[in-house]
Design a protein around this ligand. Structure first.
Ligand code: SF4
Length: 379
């Protein structure tokens, strides 16, 4: 199978749409409204627009763009902590490219770098070990963010740094877990949903079985999807079929990558390095019980939070209220009055505009301005 042929094959796309359209129409007619489907992952939001699927999928299906972009939900206080650390004279603050652009209350890490702070872009947390060895007189801090997808890399790096006895490396971890986040969304009852298109990358690590409570306790079907058009439409079709048949199951339409039990080596490293069940604070969503993690006691000497007393606490501030509305599916990005005006990928006001996987950035990139009736009306 080839990604560029089989999973983007126009005939298969047409066949899935032809099969899905009458079924979705039937369910929507029964409900008296369009189906409300949340695509949890920012990668799926990006794929919907990149491949023009939003123009093909019947309008009896409405997408609610979920909170699954880790950059978008990175809290302002976390960015402020990282900026404050980077401004310490003896510190090198390292992270992936996207977190560097997220606005905090005192600017972004990229702005701090422009002002002379020690900020480096890395492609892997393992590179932080090399960086620390190369700069023995500096304190290197790796700013680690992301869902269960990126946690194994940080976990392995923590374990490797401990084994190697590297004394000048710390990890500022703002990792978040997906399952507590989904259950918090469902508990809050703020978002009205009929089902989920489940994330492919996170599920590659955690597997499909862990979603069982979503179906059992909250009675929402979930189908895990890959990121190619045929992958996504296949999962959406399965989801619509479940709703039509009154079923509520967890299904895996991405079995070529996602195993039921996930990746045992990754899960084992995460379990060894991190303690789960810590409350997480999300930009746009606030406190999400049990969604955070903490470095376990044997590795606490590698935890950068101990350095924060020197750096000072982050200022309490947050994105504009519009971002919360987008993250919870109450408004679409182009209904935000700042969209494409004060808030653009070059100058993001809110974090949903920073990463290409953010809902606002996807709308900005793939929806031409003339297709925005809301904007035309504002003009
Ligand atoms: S356009 Fe900007 S301010 Fe408005 S919701 Fe999106 S990220 Fe937030």
């Amino acid at each position: 199978m080839s990604l560029n042929t089989d999973f983007r094959d126009a005939d298969r796309v047409r066949a899935l749409l032809a099969a899905m359209t009458p079924v979705a129409g039937r369910v929507a007619a029964r409900l008296g409204r369009p189906l409300q489907i949340m695509e949890v992952c920012g990668g799926h939001t990006h794929a919907i627009f990149r491949f023009g699927l939003h123009q093909l999928i019947p309008d009896t299906i409405e997408f609610i763009h979920g909170p699954g972009c880790p950059v978008c939900v990175l809290p302002v206080a976390a960015v402020d902590q990282a900026v404050a650390l980077a401004r310490q004279p003896n510190v090198i603050l390292a992270s992936f490219g996207d977190p560097l652009r997220v606005p905090g209350s005192r600017g972004s890490l990229l702005q701090a770098k422009a002002e002379g702070a020690g900020v480096r872009v890395l492609y892997s947390p393992y590179d932080a070990l090399t960086l620390a060895k190369a700069h023995p007189r500096k304190q290197v801090v790796f700013f680690a963010i992301g869902f269960d997808t990126t946690m194994p890399g940080t976990a392995h790096s923590i374990l490797a740094a401990d084994r190697a006895g590297i004394g000048n490396l710390r990890f500022l971890c703002h990792h978040i877990r997906l399952i507590p986040t989904l259950t918090a969304l469902l508990e809050a009852d703020e978002v009205k949903l009929d089902g989920f298109v489940g994330p492919g990358h996170v599920s590659m690590v955690i597997g499909s079985r862990v979603y069982a409570p979503i179906a059992r306790q909250y009675h929402k079907p979930l189908v895990i999807a890959g990121f190619e058009p045929v992958d996504f439409l296949q999962a959406l079709y399965q989801l619509v079929l479940q709703l039509d048949q009154g079923r509520c199951d967890i299904e895996n339409a991405y079995a070529r990558v996602v195993a039921d039990t996930g990746n045992p080596a990754a899960l084992q490293a995460m379990e060894q390095a991190f303690e789960s069940g810590v409350d997480g604070h999300w930009r746009g969503l606030g406190r999400v019980p049990g969604s955070g993690v903490r470095i376990r006691a044997p590795y606490r000497h590698l935890d950068a939070t101990g350095l924060l007393a020197v750096a000072g606490p982050g200022k309490a501030a947050d994105d504009p209220a519009w971002c919360h509305g987008v993250l919870t599916g109450r408004i679409k990005p182009d209904q935000c009055p700042l969209f494409r005006r004060r808030c653009t990928p070059e100058h993001p006001v809110g974090a949903l505009m920073v990463s290409s996987e953010g809902a606002c950035a996807a709308y900005y990139q793939y929806r031409p301005e003339q297709d925005h009736p809301e904007e035309a009306r504002r003009d």
